[in-house]
Structures are given as C-alpha cells and as structure tokens.
Design a protein around this ligand. Structure first.
Ligand SMILES: NC(=O)N[C@@H](CC(=O)O)C(=O)O
Ligand SMILES: [Zn+2]
Length: 431
C-alpha cells in the first residue's frame, strides 16, 4: 500500500507538491502525481515536516499502567506528530537493567505507532549510589543510547564524572535532571514573589544552574557530551551559551510548558501547574524562547508526565509534579515561537526533529524531505484552531494545564515508515 500526500508544502516553503510514500520511504515528489490506488491524503494548506522526536517522555510502563501505558502513550505521541520517543527510566521497576529496557523496546514495536526508545537509568534504582550496567543495556536489543536518572539528579559529582566517562567509552549520552537536592528539599514552586505570597516552599534557580555549571565542567574534563533536561531558567541559558562558546559538548532541551507558562499560574493553587523544574518567571520564559530561537537551547522535549487524578487533585504541596505534553507540544511551539516570528517552519523542523535525532544519533529520523529518505513525517495545519479537552486526549491521564485553551496550529497526520499512524485526530492501528 502506498500513500499519496497531495498538495503539501515541505517546511512551509515554495509551491505545494505531492509526495508518494511506499516501502517505508519517500518514493516520489512532484506535481499532479497519479493516485495509482494509493491512500490519498488531502494536504492542501498544510506544512510537511520530518516526524518529531521527543527526548523526554514518561510512559509509566512498567508499574503505573493506570496512568499511562506504552500503548496509550504511543497513541498520544502519534497524535502529537511524533515518530520517535525516548521513554524515561523512572518506572517501577526502574529501567536499570537490560530486561526492562528490552521489554519496553519490544512492547513499543508491538504497538507500532511510534519508535519507543527506552532510556536506561544511570544508577541502580535511581538511587544515585552505584552505576547501572549501561554497557549491557546499550548492547541489548533496544540498543539503549541515552541514560538518565530523570526525576532525580545524579548529584554526587564523582559518580556523575564516572558516569560521563563510562558513557563516553560506550558512545552513549547522559541526560541530567539538573537539581541540587539540598537546595530543593521540600520545595514545590519557583522561589520568588509568587511562591512567597502563596506560602509555597521555593525551588531556587541556583538549584538548577549550579548543576548545569558543574556538569558542563565535568563534561569538559571528561572530554565527553552531556545533555541537560528541561532547562527552565535564564541563567541556565546563559551558562549553556558560555559552555558552548568554550567548545564544551553540551546540549539542552526546553519543554513546551516552560516556553508558555510562568508562575503566575499558581495563584489558583491548582496542582495541575505543579511540575519539576517549576514554572518560572516571565523573564525566564523570554530567555528560553530566545535561547531556543538562536540555537543555544537545542530542542524541544515534552517531559510528558502523566499522573492519576488523585495525585493531582490534592493539596499543592503534596501533589505529584508533572504535566501532559505529547498531544499539545506542536501547538505550543506554534503559539510561542512561530507566531511571534522567533522560528519559521525550518526552525520547527530543527528543534522538534532534526536536533533531537542528532543528539541521540538516530539516523532514520529528522532526515531531509527527499526521495529515498525514510518516510517519518508529520503534516501540520497552521490555521486549524482547536480547543484542548482533557477527556478527548489519548493519554490515560488528564493532567493537562491547557484544559479549555484554544490553540492555533495542529498536527493532522503522522507517518511512520510510510504508514499512517494518526490522521484527523485518530490513531490508525496496524491493519
Ligand atoms: N517533570 C516532572 O515534574 N515529573 C516527572 C519527572 C521529571 O521529569 O523530572 C515525572 O516522572 O513525573
Ligand atoms: Zn526531570
């Protein structure tokens, strides 16, 4: 079965073209291509981009299948335009062994809606004491290429140094959740005027920035790479800019929520806005947008973090941190970056697909839209407006901070190796 996309504009540039997909590849690009029995997708007015790659997704399987499964999370990813996601290791049991990482990988393949790449834990049980067997996980079926204790920081500097050296010898990446735990004990919100007024314990910027600075120096000395998860402060942007100027191999991601929301959202005490790192101030939001636009921040990653209703409806200080992200990411990037003129569609392809694929060394995603390239693609309607409704999301959890918000720009179709995985807001299971 071939697919014929009619009248799309690759990267939103030039005249509309038709694109034929088959055998997992882009077979033909031209105008007036014949249907030839293909599944025809009318893409007039739409932008064609390489499929998105998410370096930071929590799929909750194994252990919390009441909040998300590899199947439901894959559906959310496909609907959000993703063709590859990296599933974080803070599951139960923790993904600190090849048994778990290979299981997650195989389950992702069975579901078949998105390439699920397990992230391995850096330390056994995420306990920050002993390095996990990264080599075994890297050598397994899943070929784990990224390791992180995300949810927790690898805060022992000697252990972090050894992890970077070990990762370097394996050719894999360490992604750090930068949070100095002594500075965030009991903290639930960004340390600032809002938290002070609301009586919420503060999470200072320095808790993030001190680890970013330290890890940049450790990466320099180990002559290896480090990736910073969910950058949230203006100071982090400045530190990464400094480190890159020193030729330190550092990369960073920013979440859609840190590009859109600030701590003024906390006034209602609604725990849907509780997240790690916390929503910061408007000046941080502006610096993150600028950093993403100029390439200091490499990419957007969702930090999709599903939680059960009872974990989110309780008092702010006891609620679990984290918010949904996969199904709304593109719309928020359009709102925060495209509409203000900070990124064009080429730029969206860079931060949502090409850079994340490069950072983890995926060679079949984030590729140019050319004949012979893998057909991992997404169609976006820049003019479609839609209203976010939690119950309509594919995720098993409903903790979206964007409930009832109307957004402009929406994913209309996703293609994984030439197969339609999502179309018109519905996932298409393998037939
Ligand atoms: N971001 C969050 O607030 N929560 C994440 C963990 C994490 O990404 O740090 C989670 O697993 O729920
Ligand atoms: Zn994290």
């Amino acid at each position: 079965m071939t697919v014929l996309i009619k009248g799309a504009r690759p990267y939103g540039e030039g005249e509309p073209v038709d694109i034929r997909l088959g055998d997992g590849e882009i077979l033909e690009i031209g105008t007036g291509l014949a249907d030839d029995g293909a599944q025809v997708i009318d893409a007039s007015g739409q932008v064609l981009l390489p499929g998105f790659v998410d370096l930071h997704t929590h799929l909750r399987e194994p252990g919390r299948e009441d909040t998300e499964t590899i199947e439901s999370g894959s559906a959310a990813a496909a609907l959000g335009g993703y063709t590859a996601v990296f599933a974080m290791a803070n599951t139960n049991p923790v993904a600190d062994s090849v048994v778990i990482t290979d299981h997650v990988f195989r389950r992702g393949q069975e579901v078949g809606l998105v390439d699920v790449h397990p992230v391995g834990a850096v330390t056994v049980g995420l306990e920050g004491k002993q390095l996990a067997e990264m080599g075994t996980m890297a050598a397994g079926t899943a070929g784990v290429r990224m390791f992180s204790d995300d949810g927790k920081c690898v805060h022992d500097p000697l252990l972090m140094r050894r992890a970077l050296e070990y990762a370097s010898s394996l050719g894999v990446l360490i992604a750090q959740h930068a949070e100095e735990p002594r500075l965030t004990e009991g903290a639930v919100a960004h340390e600032g005027a809002t938290a002070a007024r609301l009586g919420l314990a503060g999470w200072p910027r320095a808790a993030e920035e001190s680890i970013v600075a330290r890890d940049a120096l450790l990466a320099r000395d180990a002559n290896t790479r480090v990736h910073i998860c969910h950058a949230s402060t203006a100071g982090t942007v400045a530190l990464i800019e400094w480190a890159k100027a020193q030729n330190i191999s550092i990369t960073a991601e920013v979440t859609p929520h840190h590009l859109l929301l600030d701590d003024s959202r906390l006034e209602t005490y609604d725990a849907v806005n509780k997240v790690n790192p916390p929503l910061r101030e408007a000046s941080d939001v502006a610096a993150l947008r600028k950093g993403l636009a100029d390439g200091t921040i490499d990419c957007v990653a969702t930090d999709h973090a599903p939680h059960a209703e009872q974990e989110k409806c309780c008092e702010f200080s006891v609620a679990r941190p984290g918010m949904l992200g996969l199904e709304t990411a593109l719309s928020i990037v359009v709102e925060t970056m495209v509409r203000p003129g900070l990124l064009d569609w080429r730029g969206v392809a860079r931060v949502m697909s090409e850079r994340p694929a490069e950072i983890v060394g995926l060679d079949d995603h984030g590729r140019p839209i050319d004949v012979g390239e893998p057909a991992n693609l997404v169609l976006v309607d820049p003019d479609a407006s839609w209203t976010v409704r939690g119950p309509e999301l594919a995720s098993l959890s409903k903790n979206t901070p964007y409930e009832s918000m109307t957004m402009q720009g929406r994913v209309t179709a996703t293609f994984l190796r030439g197969r339609v995985t999502a179309l018109g807001g519905q996932v298409t299971k393998r037939g």
